[in-house]
Design a protein around this ligand. Structure first.
Ligand code: SAM
Ligand code: SF4
Length: 333
């Protein structure tokens, strides 16, 4: 990988953008959206494919090399594959990743492989069909498993994301970890964050990253701590002899901010330089008001130079208070 050329005001390289292609979703995971859904953005407020391509082209020229498409559910956006085909061709973008709930993804796995997708993050909080229904409020477990099987068959690197929730899926921690016995997958346990689209509660975090680690160590006394890849948000572990690895993401405790290399573009085209800020630049409006590439680049640089040092500072600087009424599906998880 070429050396990063873009740095923030704290000397952290910026190489990675996460872009929400839509805020819409076919599931209703209770930690992300209320049962009735969120008030979706009118479609014309979403970035068009042309705007996304232009923006990523500008960012690639500035030093961003890794892109993750997320949402909402990316496959709910019509012609998603058409967008991916364009993005993999952008000069300077070397790694394209996808985060999906997996319900609609299975038919596209072969093409994703052919396009050289770098990895797929699959959200799967439980291996139990009934619990899946209780968490996502939809009966789609089988389709998600089909996607997982296909990704494994086609040897696309897979990370399984599981939010750990008291009283909901803690019985799944070990069955999910057991997927790493035979499969070369990374199963990542995530602390729940206060972005459920309701703004009604700030969860007491029962399952902190330390508790998850202790729990895993009780079950697997030989659990080995691995060296984490650069800029990783996860602490990595492996059960000796297992094919895959386990990650723990302290998303709420925010232990990883010191090496954070990522920025976000929300579904409505707003730049977030931290997950916990409430948006620092409306890129869509700048583009639609006729801003040229140079001017856009300079607005981006200005935002990158005012990045909060961590998620706690970003939270303090928010104009809207926490708990956020935002949903992760608008932010792009
Ligand atoms: N729909 C896709 C999916 O579920 O994979 C992509 C978007 S989703 C918002 C991205 C990730 O955010 C998922 O892995 C989901 O588990 C995570 N997420 C959503 N709300 C969360 C919350 N309140 N706390 C922690 N993770 C959350
Ligand atoms: Fe949809 Fe993903 Fe949010 Fe679940 S986590 S409701 S799948 S956007």
């Amino acid at each position: 990988m070429s050396k990063p050329v873009l740095f923030d005001n704290h000397g952290r390289p910026l190489t990675y953008v996460r872009l929400a292609v839509t805020d819409r979703c076919n599931l209703r995971c209770f930690y992300c959206m209320p049962e009735e859904g969120i008030k979706y953005l009118p479609k014309k407020q979403l970035l068009t494919f042309e705007e996304i391509e232009r923006l990523l082209g500008i960012m690639a020229g500035m030093g961003i090399s890794k892109v993750r498409l997320t949402g909402g559910e990316p496959f709910v956006r019509r012609d998603l594959m058409q967008l991916i085909r364009k993005i993999v061709d952008i000069h300077g973008i070397t790694n394209v990743h996808l985060t999906t709930n997996g319900v609609f993804a299975a038919p596209y796995v072969e093409e994703l492989k052919a396009l050289g997708i770098a990895s797929v993050n699959l959200s799967l909080d439980t291996l139990d069909e009934e619990r899946f229904y209780r968490i996502t409020r939809r009966d789609e477990y089988k389709l998600v498993r089909e996607t997982l099987d296909k990704l494994l068959l086609h040897e696309i690197p897979v990370k399984i994301n599981a939010v750990v929730m008291e009283g909901k899926n803690t019985d799944d921690i070990i069955p999910l970890a057991e997927l790493t016995r035979q499969h070369p997958v990374s199963v990542r346990f995530i602390e729940e964050m206060p972005f459920n689209g309701e703004g009604s509660h700030y969860p007491v975090l029962h399952w902190t990253y330390r508790r998850i680690e202790d729990y895993l160590k009780q079950q697997y006394p030989g659990l080995q701590r691995l060296v984490d890849p650069d800029n990783s948000t996860a602490y990595h572990y492996q059960v000796p002899g297992y094919a895959g690895n386990i990650g723990i993401i302290a998303a709420f405790s925010r232990t990883f901010c010191g090496t954070c290399n990522r920025i976000r573009i929300t579904a409505q085209g707003v730049l977030k330089t931290c997950l916990y800020d409430d948006g620092v630049l409306n890129i869509r409006d700048r583009m639609r008001s006729g801003c040229n590439d140079e001017a856009l680049k300079s607005s981006l640089l200005q935002a990158f130079n005012q990045r909060p040092k961590d998620g706690f500072e970003a939270e303090k600087l928010r104009l809207s208070r926490m708990p956020a009424s935002e949903s992760m599906s608008t932010i792009g998880g």
